[in-house]
Design a protein. Structure first.
Length: 264
């Protein structure tokens, strides 16, 4: 392991709040080590779809993506949101550059196959999907990659891909070269025993603990993809994985004690 690398994922609640997003990006820009930012989509895609009269269908917290919806999420995720974040980081003297998975063939996906549900233009990926050589070259140029939740199959198709999964597979692929710390930043203190009580933070979650919490019905649907991807990262030799509150980034980087650590 030669270098520390932070891979940090942010989601919709943060993206939809301009003041909070600015505060977060200020803290992100101050990180001196190598870093990658991965972002989700926020409410903008749903709002735009509603305005255009395109019905949105969700299954277990995952968006079914028909062709019209793909056009919308590509515009919103890889276009508007991605460039807005890059521009804000440039303003903070962080030399960010925005990507979809199609750019430089950085993340190649396969259409999701499911025995009962056609998710449409939804792409699945694993650590072999990542063009880690090019990502490493970008960071050697002191560029900060900012990934949207859009991938491709190199056959002319774009795909909507879960941003939590993108962060996890990037961490897994780059762990061969870097000492990676994967951070899922969202609007809770971490994994909570009681989702309504911020004092009920669970400091460590193993796979066994995850299964127990899931069986007890204590995990709301939004946190399930994060935990599943976080556990996948730990199993694939990512050095450290945390779920933290988005306002705690600086505190975590400096003192390393915010949120919930995911462990084996």
């Amino acid at each position: 392991m030669t270098n520390k690398l932070y891979i940090i994922k942010i989601g919709g609640a943060l993206i939809d709040n301009e003041a909070l997003l600015n505060q977060f990006l200020e803290q992100f820009a101050e990180i001196r080590e190598k870093k990658i930012l991965v972002h989700g989509g926020g409410k903008l895609a749903t709002t735009l779809a509603d305005k255009l009269g395109i019905e949105q269908k969700m299954i277990n917290g995952r968006r079914v993506t028909d062709k019209e919806t793909l056009d919308i999420v590509t515009m919103v995720y890889a276009g508007g949101i991605n460039k807005n974040i890059v521009e804000k980081l440039q303003q903070k003297k962080c030399n960010a550059v925005g990507f979809s998975g199609a750019d430089g063939n950085l993340i190649k996906a396969k259409k999701r196959e499911h025995p009962e549900i056609d998710f449409g233009y939804v792409g699945d990926i694993n650590k072999k999907s990542v063009n880690k050589k090019l990502v490493s070259k970008l960071m050697k140029l002191d560029l900060v990659p900012v990934f949207s939740a859009i991938t491709h199959d190199k056959k002319g198709n774009l795909f909507n891909t879960n941003a939590d999964t993108i962060a996890s597979v990037l961490a897994q692929a780059l762990s061969e070269k870097y000492k990676v710390e994967l951070l899922y930043c969202f609007d809770k203190e971490g994994v909570l025993e009681d989702v309504e009580n911020p004092e009920s933070l669970i400091r460590n979650v193993s796979e066994e603990k995850f299964i127990t919490l899931k069986e007890q019905g204590k995990l709301h649907k939004g946190i399930l993809p994060k935990l599943e991807n976080a556990l996948g990262a730990v199993k694939n030799k990512v050095n450290k994985v945390f779920l933290i509150k988005e306002t705690e980034l600086k505190n975590h980087i400096e003192k390393h004690h915010a949120g919930t650590e995911i462990c084996l």
